[in-house]
Design a protein around this ligand. Sequence first.
Ligand code: NAI
Length: 257
Amino acid sequence: MFSGKVVLITGASSGIGAETALDFAKLEANLVLTARNKENLEKISAECEHVSPNKLKPLVVVADVTKESDIKNIIDKTINQFNKLDVLVNNAGILAAGSIENTFLDQYDSVMNTNVRGPYLLTMLATPYLVKTKGSIVNVSSVAGLRSFPNVLAYCISKAALDQYTRCVALELAPKGIRVNAVNPGVILTGIHLKGSMSQQEYEIYLEKCKSTHALGRPGETKEVSSVITFLASDSASNITGVTIPVDGGRHAMCPR
Ligand code: NAI
């Protein structure tokens, strides 16, 4: 399905990004995998090569999406190696807990720089190449962009911004044949909640609660998100642009009663 296409995925070293890399590899894409952790990236890269029908070896670029020079390097290395870009998946993101009463600008800055400023600059630098291929962009947002939750303030703001960015850029690039969409996952079983926002014990209680906070009665799995990302990036979604698709077991549709 992606034979001959070049697909760039940020945050590809774990969770949804790693699963998405494997899916694209199975679909014969040439991959550019980027994240901060070289060791984890190389592990995922080797797995992608293994599942790729033609044993295509991904290009691995270690980069921090909060650093402008790193983002420029991702695009330079991609073009240097493949001479084109067809799909950009803006997946890298961080979650942080806190409210208006107990967060400070350092959290706001790190969350916004990673979740919004990074995709903004990467998209800007990727666009001239996506114009040439009439490519496609998929942003990994969150149900926290569509709905409001207390005590994850900066995160909710960042994902709402990413959703609006998705729609605006979709309109800007539609005349050039580029589609821009987002997925909005509910709670997905990756390690993200344990990276600074919850203890192991809090996470276990939180997952138990997911049985009632998600209409389908459970948190989601990475495969359930990656399959929607590959769909949105593919020609099967050729008439879809500017959408933010909940992949959240119905959580976006729920109201307390
Ligand atoms: P994860 O923590 O496994 O993956 C996040 C990836 O982003 C990692 O590879 C990490 O290294 C990378 N990353 C973080 N900061 C970075 C930076 N400054 N530069 C480069 N890479 C950076 O978590 P997960 O769950 O796979 O998250 C992926 C995306 O899905 C994120 O955007 C997250 O907000 C979103 N999401 C996750 C949900 C969940 O419950 N797991 C729910 C809704 C959205």
